[in-house]
Design a protein around this ligand. Structure first.
Ligand code: PRP
Length: 206
C-alpha cells in the first residue's frame, strides 16, 4: 500500500499536508532574506573534484576504503564526493549529538548511531560537512579508532578555523570559512536550507 492510500484510509487527504505556513520561518527564527552566497555551486563542484582526485590517489593501493558520513549534514557532500572517486569504496553513516542540557561538559558528544558494518583492518575516511569547534571530529576519531581500523583520516567541506577549541587535523579540507552562520549543501539552520546548491550566509533573527 502506498503512502497516499494510507493517508486516504486514515481519512486524511494528501493535499491536507500541502499547507503553506507563512509564520513558520518566523517561528524558527529564520530570516526571510535569501542567504548571501559565500561559495557558489561551481566552486563547490570544482573543489569536490579536486578532493576526490587527491583521495583517489592517496588510497589507490587500498582495497578497503570506508567513507563514514556524519549525519545529517554530510549527506550531499558525501554523495557528490563518493561519485567522483575513482577507487573502490564502501559507504557507512554515523550519527552523533551534543548534550543540550548541560548535563555533560561543554563540547561533550554522544553516539546516536554507529556504523553498520565492521571497519576492523579497514581504512576509514570520516566525511563531515563542517568543522566548527572540532569536538565532534575529535570524538569520532577516538571512537572509530577503538573499532580497530587500519587507519582513520578526516575530510570536511568547510572549517571555521577561528572557532576551533581542539586541535584536530583535517586531512582533506574543502574551504576555510569565516565565523558566520552558513547553510546549504547539507548545512542547515533549524533543519531548513540543507538543499540549497550553494553555501550561503544567513543572519538569524534576534
Ligand atoms: C554539525 C556538523 C558537525 C558538527 C561540527 O552537526 O555536521 O557534525 O556540527 O561541530 P563541532 O566541530 O563544533 O563539533 P550538527 O550538530 O549541526 O548536526 P547536523 O549535521 O545534523 O546538522
Amino acid at each position: 500500500m502506498t503512502a497516499n492510500h494510507t493517508a486516504f484510509a486514515s481519512g486524511i487527504h494528501p493535499e491536507d499536508h500541502l499547507c503553506s505556513n507563512p509564520a513558520r520561518n518566523k517561528e524558527n527564527g529564520l530570516t526571510n532574506h535569501a542567504p548571501k552566497i559565500l561559495i557558489d555551486e561551481a566552486d563547490i563542484a570544482a573543489r569536490v573534484v579536486e578532493l576526490a582526485t587527491e583521495i583517489s590517489t592517496d588510497y589507490e593501493d587500498c582495497s578497503e576504503l570506508v567513507l563514514v558520513g556524519v549525519l545529517k549534514g554530510s549527506f550531499i557532500f558525501l554523495a557528490d564526493l563518493s561519485r567522483k572517486l575513482t577507487i573502490p569504496h564502501v559507504i557507512e553513516f554515523i550519527a552523533v549529538s551534543s548534550y543540550p542540557d548541560g548535563s555533560q561538559p561543554s563540547g561533550a558528544v554522544r553516539l546516536v548511531m554507529d556504523v553498520r558494518g565492521s571497519i576492523v583492518g579497514k581504512d576509514v575516511l570520516i566525511i563531515e560537512d563542517i568543522v566548527d569547534t572540532g569536538h565532534t571530529l575529535q570524538y569520532l576519531i577516538g571512537m572509530l579508532e577503538s573499532h580497530g581500523p587500519a587507519s582513520v583520516r578526516t575530510c570536511a567541506l568547510v572549517r571555521k578555523a577561528d572557532r576551533a577549541e581542539v586541535d584536530i587535523l583535517v586531512d582533506y579540507l574543502g574551504f576555510d570559512i569565516p565565523d558566520e552562520w552558513v547553510v546549504g549543501y547539507g548545512l542547515d539552520y533549524a533543519e531548513q536550507n540543507r538543499t540549497l546548491p550553494y553555501i550561503g550566509v544567513i543572519t538569524p533573527d534576534g
